[in-house]
Design a protein around this ligand. Sequence first.
Ligand SMILES: NC(=O)c1ccc[n+]([C@@H]2O[C@H](COP(=O)([O-])OP(=O)(O)OC[C@H]3O[C@@H](n4cnc5c(N)ncnc54)[C@H](OP(=O)(O)O)[C@@H]3O)[C@@H](O)[C@H]2O)c1
Length: 275
Amino acid sequence: MHPTYAVVTGASQGLGKAFATALAKQGYALILVSLPGQHLGELSDQLAFDYNVKTHFFETDLSCRENVLELARQVNAQFEVSMLINNAGVGGTVRFDEASAEYVDRIIQLNVMATSLLTHQLLTNMRRQEKAYILNVSSLAAFSPIGYKTVYPASKAFVHSFSRGLYQELKDSNIFVSVVNPGPMKTNPDVTRRIEQQGFFARLTALDPATVATYCLRKLRKRDTVIIVNRGSWLLLKLLPIWIKLPMLTNSIKKELNISHEKSFSDRHYRPARQ
Ligand SMILES: NC(=O)c1ccc[n+]([C@@H]2O[C@H](COP(=O)([O-])OP(=O)(O)OC[C@H]3O[C@@H](n4cnc5c(N)ncnc54)[C@H](OP(=O)(O)O)[C@@H]3O)[C@@H](O)[C@H]2O)c1
């Protein structure tokens, strides 16, 4: 049993839930965070019961700066944190000129602001621990711009770059920083539908979130600074020149537009900010 806590954002479902479950199996005490109204309390109780670990949960909208600061304040006041998994993230597919201001803002606030600010606010707490780990969830999309996604790949390039820089800055400290760049995962019905629409290659390479979470935690322990899950897709993105991959990926994503309109990972759950 770990005396210190692992904080997992976006823990109510998808990859975040898989991380929470894998950590509970390893005996970690957990602090789960996600939007209100997604049965996070039930998941928290279930994990505590199933794995005999301490669990706490915070329901808050992390795309709001004040909520991130308040969450960090409460966590710092009550818990010792030895792991932070910045998993909460949103994306979407839309013609940029048809996107709402709120859509653009939400991706940037959650993927960029919340990831960096929460990390910043929990750093002093993590410095107190004997060993601590930060894992930021980026995406394969960090390795190429993509039309009709535009803001999302740019936000994940930020997460990747931020994580690499912080790793270097903290490499001689007790805090180890890593970033994972997963490819498509069938985490929820929206994403599953979009993967199906993207064609054969996306369907072929789609990953199971539980497998990804377990793999990431193993790699994190081995101090892998950049965790690549889909090696083949990653290599392809590394090797292809931008003039090939940019139109190729954009055309593939464009197929989604025929069916969906300004759909984001978490649109179905979006609710106004709450403390
Ligand atoms: N799925 C993929 O194909 C894929 C590929 C590469 C990278 N990723 C990355 O992996 C991470 C997880 O993706 P996923 O597919 O598992 O997503 P998901 O199934 O949509 O789950 C997203 C999680 O984030 C939470 N969340 C959303 N907006 C939030 C907000 N404003 N404040 C607090 N929590 C919020 C959601 O909470 P609620 O349940 O309460 O809404 C949910 O727990 C993301 O960073 C994503 O960019 C995903």
